[in-house]
Write a protein that binds this ligand. Structure first.
Ligand code: ADP
Ligand code: MG
Ligand code: MG
Length: 898
């Protein structure tokens, strides 16, 4: 019931069922619907809500055998937020609610532990003021620091009863300064305010920002959990901690986590004290440790996923306070999937579904070059894998402004808080000197796939003066630093970063995915290096080789320019003849790399003026040449005139792609010749013929493709003599008209490849660069669009065009091959869509190939064979049924083909 109760509420209830009431403190949940009603009514609680709260509370009091606000033996509760999706650290929690000046004394007597009672009270006044009334965290920290220094102690736990009393008074004063009111003594009033604060925290700035970044809908609302307190701050046989059922960074099968003796839960996460490793719990509280290990395994089995839990031990007795499926970096997700199948916890299909394909990106992040020499500046906790390099910045603000200027930065802080999150999005990595694996910095960075080293305690980070020093070295903002979040290393030098390799576990998972998926996965690659990488990552061919760059690298640009400047076809042909062998060389390289696999080569696409020098520059040169009466003048003037004659108001919609080839067919002719000669040469050399797919860009009219097909076939006749090179001719489908007349175009095509970048631009009438730099962000804020249509395909619009074209194209030509080569080919959500639409393959950048392989398998597991494939399957089955009905008769004699 997570939609109604929120993840935390639903799981606390579920845990109570699975583990028994003695393991989970009792409580009740105010639903997300109540929060939604509160938001709709402009922050006013729905009618009858507090009556229901009072009723639930009296049931809880009955169960606990204590009453809220009882001066002798008070019931204390926590008030906890909990949305449908976990939003770690984004919303607020109040602990120890129900305390006041009387019940603190009662609690002291009741437990015979005055220190505990006052510690609980000061925490409550502190959290309540902070969470419900916005008393600043800084003033609270300062008060604690001052109290500790005047008492001459280092740790919170060493504060005496009198210190704690004084601190409580200070917090009450802070409360009065902030609100002009006394700290509320009436427990029901405290409860009302706390519930309200949790609702309000859903509407807080940092929660809104988090939802925006994580695409969580604003209208979900949060639930509020009111739960009986258990106390980790009762002494040395008490404590609080977090525990993962497996290592949350590496995925290794041993449970991991952190805990603190004599502490309430917030202390572990906040990084005020340095927590101990969960393995050490065994020495301090062996029984609680054993129970915890047992419970972690039980919960994993129950949820069929790796768990992330929070617990408290009160006087030796273990209580579970929370569990959820663990967010985890890609390497842990992959490791878990493999182990879970080996342990018979999950089937392959289930295991693959636990992986967030989008995050796998992180596995393909660079690492430090293992052969590089570097001086280790400090070591810390390997909090989030991957390596990063950049300039030091000390604040989120600086990170944001530096990244806007295109600089790579590492965010360096003693510890981080919710307000720093904007800086995470802007930085390449995060480095802190405090906090462990469960610190805010670690959690947020892992969630984002951002490299992070936390708790590098040798570093002295002085934010005020803008320096960080260790071991006699002092660095300032702007100095270069590198971190390796996989190893927990901070270095001074600029270390070379190297591309990662696919590890053994990932290889296993990918192997399963290849068995399960129906969609093929190819890569977009223009160079032999890209092609090699693509093959390493498991690409089954090249789905898009752009030939533009082959015209622009160094000496070729000159030749290209001469070609464009040529005044007659003859002149043009002679410069093209010079380009031909160079292009042939490029294609040979690609075919060698891709031996035995299909390679789709898209003929020249961009407008010609892109190959000419900048118009203004030439105009200036003409000016100067005139004044100096130089010999170049005539030549320069000719260039300028050509630039002007080729200039277009809207080049994106101008003379590009096939349009260019209709005007000057000799360019495509040369390219086709180069491709075919390369194929022939490679076949002769290796005996392994490539499948060559010539792709014509920007086709609008079927006649365009008909003419180009004739051209390709003519050249093929001249160049090939039945020497085994398989040749296909197809087109990009990237304009709306092409989708509408896809049946006509299919007549002349062996394959379609959807160019969804241009198709998105033309279907939406969006010019990508303008839109992304312009109004798109606002559109997302206003929720006119969910995600950028350039990132995830616009399913109802552009997606519909794809389905239409696929459908009518296949209707005309059943054997038509269908692929997609826009950037959407590497976006997991879009891959699922293409699977359902029945395409044959997706093509994406080499680094996204593993991601696409996983996403394609997940799509097949979740959606079966997909729309078109299902239709085809149904037709086959109908045919078989007909055949069976006809018995031995020849079905052909009936005139039907099934
Ligand atoms: P978050 O969503 O930020 O993790 P929680 O609601 O889980 O917030 O509360 C944070 C911590 O407060 C928990 O990890 C736990 O240690 C402590 N806590 C919450 N409820 C209780 C309770 N009923 N008894 C003891 N500690 C609690
Ligand atoms: Mg929690
Ligand atoms: Mg295009």
């Amino acid at each position: 019931m997570r939609e109604l109760l929120g993840g935390k509420g639903a799981n606390v209830a579920e845990m109570t069922r699975v583990l028994g009431e003695e393991r989970v403190p009792a409580g009740f949940t105010i639903t997300t619907e109540a929060c939604v009603a509160y938001m709709r009514a402009e922050r006013s609680e729905p009618d009858g809500m507090y009556e229901e709260v009072a009723e639930a509370l009296s049931r809880l009091e009955h169960k606990a055998g204590k009453k809220l606000g009882d001066p002798d033996d008070p019931l204390l509760v926590s008030v906890r937020s909990g949305a449908r999706e976990s939003m770690p650290g984004m919303m607020d929690t109040v602990l120890n609610l129900g305390m006041n000046d009387q019940s603190v004394e009662g609690l002291a007597k009741q437990t015979d532990n005055e220190r505990f009672a006052w510690d609980s009270y000061r925490r409550f006044v502190q959290m309540f003021g902070n969470v419900c009334r916005g008393v600043s965290g800084e003033s609270i920290e300062r008060a604690i620091k001052e109290q500790k220094s005047s008492a001459g102690v280092e740790d919170d736990t060493d504060l005496s009863v009198d210190d704690l009393k004084a601190l409580t008074d200070t917090f009450k004063e802070l409360y009065r300064d902030k609100t002009d009111k006394d700290f509320p003594q009436e427990p029901m009033e405290q409860l009302r305010q706390a519930i309200r604060a949790v609702f309000d925290s859903w509407l807080g700035e940092r929660a809104i920002e988090y939802r925006r970044q994580n695409r969580i809908p604003d209208e979900w609302g949060t639930a509020v959990n009111v739960q009986q307190m258990v106390f980790g701050n009762k002494g040395d046989d008490s404590g609080s901690g977090v525990a993962f059922s497996r290592n949350e960074v590496t995925g290794e099968p041993e449970p991991s986590g952190d805990f603190l003796v004599n502490a309430q839960g917030e202390d572990v996460v906040s990084g005020v004290r340095t927590p101990k490793d969960i393995a050490e719990l065994k020495d301090v509280m062996p029984e609680a440790h054993a129970a915890l290990m047992d419970i972690l395994a039980k919960l994993e089995g129950h949820y069929e996923d790796m768990q992330d839990t929070e617990f408290t031990v009160e006087s030796g007795q273990l209580f579970m306070l929370q569990t959820r499926n663990a967010k985890r970096p890609a390497q842990a997700a992959v490791r878990f999937a493999v182990d879970a199948v080996e342990e018979d916890l999950l089937s392959r299909e289930q295991a693959i579904a636990t992986i967030d394909a989008d995050r796998l990106d992180a596995l393909l992040h660079p690492t430090f070059d293992p052969d590089a020499d570097y001086a280790v500046l400090a070591r810390g906790v390997a909090a989030s894998p991957g390596a990063a390099r950049g300039e030091i910045v000390f604040s989120a603000q600086d990170a944001v402004s530096a990244s806007e200027e295109g600089r790579d930065v590492i965010l360096v802080r003693p510890f981080t808080e919710a307000d720093d999150v904007a800086g995470f999005y802007a930085a390449k990595g995060v480095l802190t000197s405090e906090g462990g694996k469960a610190s805010h910095a670690a959690l947020v960075a892992r969630g984002m796939g951002l490299p992070c080293v936390s708790g590098a305690s040798e570093l002295v980070i002085d934010v005020a003066s803008g320096t960080v020093s260790a071991d006699g070295t002092s660095l300032a903002a702007g100095d270069l630093i590198a971190i390796d979040g996989t190893a927990g290393i901070v270095t001074l030098d600029e270390v070379e970063l190297v591309d990662p390799e696919v590890n053994e576990h990932f290889e296993t998972v990918l192997g399963w995915c290849d068995e399960l998926r129906r969609l093929g996965v190819r890569a977009n690659a223009d160079t032999t290096e890209d092609a090699r990488k693509a093959r390493e990552f498991g690409a089954e061919g090249i789905g898009l080789c752009r030939t533009e760059h082959m015209f622009s690298v160094d000496d070729r640009a000159q030749k290209m320019r001469a070609m464009i400047m040529a005044e007659s076809e003859d002149e043009r042909r002679s410069t093209l003849d010079e380009l031909l062998p160079l292009q042939q060389g490029d294609f040979e390289g690609l075919f060698e790399e891709m031996r035995g696999l299909p390679v789709t080569i898209r003929l020249l696409d961009p407008p010609l003026h892109e190959f000419l020098p900048d118009g203004e520059e030439v105009a200036q040169k003409v000016e100067r040449a005139r004044i100096e009466q130089s010999d170049d003048l005539e030549e320069l003037e000719r260039t300028l005139a050509r630039i002007h004659s080729l200039a277009e108001t809207n080049p994106m919609l101008g003379t590009r792609g096939v349009r260019l080839a209709i005007l000057a067919p000799e360019v495509y002719e040369m390219q086709v010749r180069a491709v075919l000669r390369a194929a022939k040469a490679v076949t002769e050399r290796s005996g392994d013929a490539p499948t060559v797919e010539i792709m014509i860009p920007l086709v609008t009219y079927e006649k365009e493709l008909e003419l180009m097909r004739a051209l390709v076939e003519r050249v093929a006749e001249e160049e090939l003599d039945g020497d085994g090179v398989e040749l296909r001719v197809g087109t990009m489908i990237e304009l709306p008209r092409a989708c509408f007349v896809a049946d006509r175009i299919a007549e002349h095509a062996d394959f379609f490849s959807f160019g969804t970048n241009d198709l998105t631009q033309t279907a939406l009438g969006f010019s990508r660069d303008d839109v992304e730099a312009g109004f798109l962000n606002r559109y997302m804020e206003e929720k006119i669009v969910g995600r950028s249509p350039f990132e995830t395909i616009d399913k109802p619009g552009v997606g519909w065009l794809v389905r239409l074209a696929a459908w009518v194209g296949r209707e005309r030509k059943p054997e038509l091959k269908l692929g997609i080569c826009g950037e959407h080919g590497g976006d997991p959500d879009s891959v699922v869509f293409f699977h359902i639409a029945g395409l044959d393959y997706v093509s994406c950048s080499p680094f996204r190939v593993p991601i696409a392989r996983v996403a394609a398998a997940q799509a097949a597991v979740a959606h079966g064979p997909g729309e078109l494939a299902a239709a085809a399957q149904a037709a086959i089955e109908a045919g078989q049924a007909a055949q069976e009905a006809l018995g031995d008769e020849d079905p052909g004699a009936n005139g039907g083909s099934g």
